[in-house]
Design a protein around this ligand. Structure first.
Ligand SMILES: Cc1cc2nc3c(=O)[nH]c(=O)nc-3n(C[C@H](O)[C@H](O)[C@H](O)COP(=O)(O)O)c2cc1C
Length: 199
């Protein structure tokens, strides 16, 4: 799809994705979001929960004595705190969230405060992860994020994005149509928040 430049300096945006499955399909959507936000001139990083590899939740990050948290956990805390906004790529397992991403998110708290978040959901079926999308809305709000009103939903994901995360067919065309409005809203809020934070 065509890219457009942001009007001000680049934002630092994190794209979260959390399937641990070997044959995972949602990585295509995560890669699509990273690529298209990057094409607008932003600094965009994928946070792949499987690659980060946090343990099942015991202590939250703030419960560790300073300097004692696992390095992967503290490195990610720094990234979350430094970011201007987030995208959560949400798959759906049994009408709920994917546990790998929920486990990662639960480790953090104030690092997420007062930042905008956009939710992009998908599934193998036609409902496009709608139930997981709704569940994430409440969780991200509880963590102090401002969830933007725009969302992206991708049904039958393997018919919308190929293995190289390129849009295909009608589903891919619909994704390309929905991305610009989503990105514009996320960028608006991220720039507003950055101004307020003095960046
Ligand atoms: C344990 C499990 C539960 C699932 N439950 C749902 C579901 O409730 N709704 C749905 O639309 N798809 C469901 N699916 C199908 C997923 O949408 C599909 O496998 C998708 O590719 C999962 O994302 P991933 O490939 O990134 O792991 C489920 C898949 C798995 C493995």
């Amino acid at each position: 799809m065509s890219s457009s430049s942001s009007s001000s300096s680049p934002l630092y945006l994190l794209v979260f994705y959390g399937s641990y499955r070997e044959a995972r399909a949602g990585i295509r959507l995560a890669d699509y979001i990273v690529r298209n936000l990057s094409a607008q001139g932003h600094v965009v990083e994928l946070v792949d929960a499987k690659a980060v590899g946090l343990p099942m939740l015991d202590k939250r990050y703030f419960e560790y004595e300073p300097g004692t948290a696992p390095k992967a956990m503290s490195d990610l805390a720094d990234k979350i705190a430094a970011a201007d906004g987030y995208v959560f790529v949400a798959g759906e397992y049994n009408w709920g969230m994917q546990p790998g991403l929920k486990n990662l998110v639960d480790h953090y708290f104030k690092e997420f405060w007062r930042r905008p978040a956009g939710i992009v959901s998908y599934s193998a079926g036609r409902l496009a992860g709608a139930r997981s999308n709704s569940a994430w809305h409440a969780t991200l709000t509880e963590l102090g994020m401002a969830v933007i009103p725009n969302t992206i939903t991708v049904g039958t994901i393997s018919t919308a994005l190929d293995e190289d995360a390129q849009p295909i067919g009608e589903g891919g065309a619909a994704l390309d149509r929905s991305f610009p409005g989503f990105a514009e809203e996320l960028v608006w809020w991220a720039e507003a928040v950055r101004m307020k934070r003095g960046g």
